[in-house]
Design a protein around this ligand. Sequence first.
Ligand code: 4AD
Ligand code: MG
Length: 477
Amino acid sequence: MKSTAIKELLAKQPIGETVEVNGWVKTFRSNRFIALNDGSTLQNLQCVLDFEKFDESLLKQISTGAALKITGKLVESQGRGQSVEIQSDDVFVHGTADPETYPIQPKKHSLEFLREKAHLRVRTSTFSAVMRVRSALAFAIHSYFQQNGFYYMHAPIITGSDAEGAGEMFRVTTLDPKSPPVDEKGEVDYSQDFFAKETNLTVSGQLEAETYAMGLGKVYTFGPAFRAENSNTSRHLAEFWMIEPEMAFYDLDASMDLAEDFIKQVISYVLENCQEDLAFLEKRLLDEEKSKPQNERSDMALIEKLKFIVDNNFKRVTYTEAIDILKNSKPNKKKKFQFPINEWGADLQSEHERFLVEKHFKCPVILFDYPASIKAFYMRLNEDGKTVRAMDVLFPGIGELVGGSQREERLDVLQQKIKELDIDEKELWWYLDLRRFGTAIHSGFGLGFERLVQFATGMGNIRDVIPYPRSPQNAEF
Ligand code: 4AD
Ligand code: MG
């Protein structure tokens, strides 16, 4: 007999039919009632055991966490809390879970505790809901680009370049770390390394995506990015997933339009397709908020927040306008910004970004035309000579969700910039070739996938929206 997913059984409800399900025991009550979950839905299926058919030795093996195959007739349930249940004829124990040592017991566990059990936490309702939403978002992202004429491009994971020029890279080497070969100057001799040069894990697939956009027209990457930045925050990971669309013949305005439409569409997809999980996550947040003082509670519930994004325009503001607003603002009556903004040219901290989004405009904000000095080398210089065509999409509760720009397409301007920043031009010969052969305006952006999942699920810490978070001093699993 073929087994059926619980989600499908609950949707179709083939009353009277004999069915087979596989799953893990959530709870086992009165030696009779098993709540079984198989991950296909938040809902458990109640399986009722007939005392006479099952002996003591089998019943002893059933406890929270055990994996079972249950066969029986699907009937309407007399009990409260479920519409159907299985009258179990046969129970096969795939594997037991010793109640003395199985950590995921049917009670509320803290997220911190569950982070230490990352290999088992997906069996909880919260994590299963988050991970289903994550999966749906990934699907929606691919669908969006595939339906809009983009090609999926796989950027390399191991690279010889530093796309962001920020030097926050994980080195990839086959040299012996204890005694690497050295050259006559006493420096590590990378010519003896596997690739005969210094290489690292990619921080962004952008530069390679640019080369593909300048041939395929519109491309996107969706892959892991690695950053050895020492940021122990609830928004940073050392390994995260990034979506990077890159479009030939797009200027910054066209790219901002795309970013806004893209984000709205994928959120709309989860609103339609993840209703059960979102409702659960919303309730979870409301319960959590009850313990907070009134003024720290959010004024919108999760689903309302998501709908707000879909239904409202993002506010577009230049960096210069934002600085004027920030200079004349205080985050609240008593407090100043921790890093007050005194002058044009300062980089915005997350407190400023959040002020603009959450207090001032009260909607997502796209900040653009940043000072050249605080942005990466590849961004297109504006006619004013001091700002670049950069944009960041800032989101409530998240801060920066997207970073992007129009790229510098003029060879001489790009070479000049590379020189100013003391970047080795030889390393970027292939990137500069794009400006030598058939150059054209082009633009793109990167969206941090985990930050999007955080926004969609309302999870406060980025470590709780990726299966195995990597952060400083944390790669246990
Ligand atoms: O702003 P970033 O650094 O931009 C780039 O990497 C460009 N090359 C993108 C492009 O134009 N193709 O990163 C883009 C986004 C950020 O806005 C943020 O959402 C996310 O990636 N991000 C991180 N997410 C989690 N942990 C980190 N350490 C992140 N660093 C960036
Ligand atoms: Mg950025």
